[in-house]
Write a protein that binds this ligand. Structure first.
Ligand code: FAD
Length: 117
């Protein structure tokens, strides 16, 4: 991969962006207000228009249209939805699917074996 002070390629951009997106779900409320739910949907919609990898953004928007509207009613729903969005990309790229029952251990609590401190 490229040195750290170079413009990001699609892979580096992707890794950083998934870190942001999953971290947003990890910090999403267990009981979001209707305003928070609405703003979250707006964010995802704008993200889908502005993500600076245009094929990625186009496919992400098609996936959402295709019966995968954002689920933002609580943290676990939003976390699982984001995991499914990421898995759709994993499948497209021939990568292994992630077990979405583990999204919270990966992105919020750390693993049960304590290796994350
Ligand atoms: P990443 O896929 O970046 O994952 C980072 C870490 O997240 C993994 O190490 C794992 O611990 C964890 N993880 C993996 N899967 C999940 C999951 N389902 N749920 C929760 N955690 C998980 N690249 C392209 O080449 N073409 C595209 O069309 C494309 N579309 C993209 C669309 C979006 C919205 C985003 C954010 C990225 C897209 N990417 C695309 C980038 C691609 O998804 C990867 O980020 C990139 O290929 C680097 O992959 P990676 O193997 O380093 O791990």
């Amino acid at each position: 991969s490229l040195p750290d002070d170079c413009p990001p390629d699609v892979e580096q951009l992707g890794r950083s962006t998934w870190t942001l997106l999953h971290s947003m779900t990890a910090n999403y409320p267990e009981r979001p207000s209707l305003t928070q739910q609405m703003e979250t949907k707006q964010f995802i919609s704008l993200f889908g228009k502005m993500y600076p990898c245009w094929v990625c953004a186009d496919d992400f928007r098609s996936w959402m249209k295709d019966g995968n509207e954002p689920r933002v009613s609580n943290r676990d729903e939003f976390g699982k939805w984001m995991c499914e969005a990421h898995n759709a990309v994993n499948v497209k790229l021939g990568k292994k699917e992630f077990d979405c029952n583990k999204w919270e251990e990966r992105w919020r609590t750390g693993w049960k074996d304590g290796r994350c401190g």
